[in-house]
Design a protein around this ligand. Structure first.
Ligand SMILES: [Ca+2]
Length: 480
């Protein structure tokens, strides 16, 4: 049982209105002011703040409990903990998919991936991110950024879907959803085989640091998308030796893989600091879904305590994830308790880069910056939504209405168990989603169901695209 360390006393209230500075200027300063303003307008570079560099980091299949900043005791994550300490830690940070590719599609587009039929992993009908979608690197490139990606793509492996065709100026990594950590086959630099010799997570750390060095004059955007700690469970002997005391073989390997990712993040952050870029670099971190913890279905040794459920479920354990935003020049360190989702990181990055987020009609994420500075109070979203086959969910305030994979209850791994009936939980008092209040509160169920139905109207069938290609005719989904 991992103890959570969200003690009330360590929080500061980010919804407190931002303190406004009241400047009293001496009379002589008043006389000088027109001269200073004229000087500033003659040299606009002095007046305009530099665009921040942007580093978006994604971990893969991490357990909610498996980071030091959530109280993990058996796996040290000092570099992630330092990142958490440098910025804002979200206690209700979500991803829009309980699975790898859907979450990454939502992050890259800033939209619920169901809007363009990307409900499941790539492959099959309409596989890959539809070319109708504009990506975060497309938008940041247009805003003057050097863009690069290191890691797992998982948004299509056709030539026209390659990261270099989807907004990235540089790419080092692999195109699929999982990869050996020791075999180079399939690891590419650009479109060519990389002939990589290092353990893959170490190689990603090295390449990320090298990208930052190459583009130190900025502004740069780097998408560092790990496949750690996704299967196959491969770790280096040296790191495994550090965890000889962990009896469970899978957990020991998982721990060694987590440490490798933490070290890689440490390496790129050390490079950023050494170049003097730490203050004006926006860094975000999420896991792409919850830890796989359903026996017989998907397991990697991760722990999602205190959440119930797993990767591949719409329970909290599938979609609530470690979630960090750090930008020392702009954001005070703290804890943010309102629900937010990875779609917001897209809008937030654009806003930080000076892009007018409101001008992008299709964007569904919210720019979190005013909420994190205290300029705006309250919740960024009225509600958050999920659809993953027949599994569905909505979170509005503390309420959650959910239909989830029955395997999460039976834990047998047997096929064709279907999904549960709609269950209603109050997450403020029941984060583990144990006490179903649906029968006791039919009006609340009706209200949330209507909200979910309204959201679902704009969704496409899995595999369908907005230009009408692929997929089947829009299917009616079961409402939560
Ligand atoms: Ca994943």
């Amino acid at each position: 049982m991992v103890k959570r360390n969200f003690a009330k006393h360590e929080r500061f209230n980010l919804s407190t209105p931002h303190r406004r500075l009241s400047l009293r200027m001496p009379t002589s300063f008043h006389r000088l002011l027109p001269v200073l303003l004229a000087f500033a307008s003659a040299f606009p570079i002095l007046a305009a703040p530099a665009k921040p560099n942007i580093l978006v980091i994604v971990g893969d299949d991490m357990g909610y409990a498996d980071v030091g900043f959530h109280g993990c005791k058996d796996i040290p994550t000092p570099h992630l903990d330092a990142l958490a300490k440098s910025g804002v830690r979200f206690t209700s940070g979500y991803v829009s998919g309980p699975y790898c590719s859907p979450t990454r599609a939502g992050l890259m587009t800033g939209r619920y991936q169901n809007r363009f039929g990307h409900e499941f992993n790539s492959g099959g009908a309409g596989g890959g991110l539809p070319l109708t979608e504009t990506t975060l690197p497309d938008r940041l490139k247009a805003a003057g950024y050097r863009t690069g990606m290191v890691g797992k793509w998982h948004l299509g492996d056709k030539p026209e879907q390659h990261p270099l065709k989807r907004g990235f100026g540089e790419f080092f990594g692999f195109l699929g959803g999982a990869h050996s950590y020791f075999e180079s086959s399939g690891v590419l630099r650009g479109t060519e085989p990389a002939n990589e010799k290092e353990y893959l997570t170490d190689a990603f750390g090295r390449e990320a640091a090298a990208f930052v060095e190459r583009h130190k004059d900025g502004p740069w955007f780097l998408y560092l998308a790990f496949n750690a700690v996704h299967t196959p469970m491969h770790a280096t002997d040296a790191r495994l030796a550090k965890f000889a005391h962990i009896a469970d073989n899978q957990r020991r390997t998982y721990a060694a893989m987590m440490v490798a990712m933490d070290e890689a993040i440490g390496k790129v952050r050390a490079k950023i600091a050494a170049l003097g870029l730490e203050q004006n670099t926006l860094v975000t971190f999420i896991s792409d879904n919850g830890g796989p913890a359903m026996p017989g279905v998907t397991v990697n040794g991760s722990v999602n305590t205190p959440l119930r459920g797993s990767k591949r479920t719409t329970l909290e354990g599938g979609v609530r994830v470690p979630f960090l935003v750090s930008w020392p020049a702009r954001l005070k360190p703290g804890v943010f308790d309102q629900p937010a989702i990875q779609l917001d990181l897209h809008a937030t990055a654009l806003a930080a880069a000076g892009v007018d987020v409101k001008s992008i009609a299709k964007l569904e994420g919210v720019n979190l910056l005013p909420f994190l500075t205290g300029e705006k109070s309250g919740a960024p979203h009225e509600a958050l939504f999920w659809r993953f086959g027949d599994q569905t969910a909505i979170r509005a305030g503390d309420w959650k209405l959910v239909r989830y994979d029955v395997n999460a209850d039976t834990r047998t791994g047997a096929g064709n168990q279907g999904v549960t009936a709609a269950r209603l939980y109050n997450l403020a008092t029941d984060i583990h989603e144990d006490k179903d209040l649906a029968a006791a509160m039919p009006d609340k169920v009706k209200e949330l169901r209507a909200q979910w139905d309204a959201w679902d109207k704009a969704n496409l069938a899995p595999g369908a695209t907005e230009d009408g290609k692929g997929g089947k005719k829009k299917q009616r989904k079961k409402t939560p």
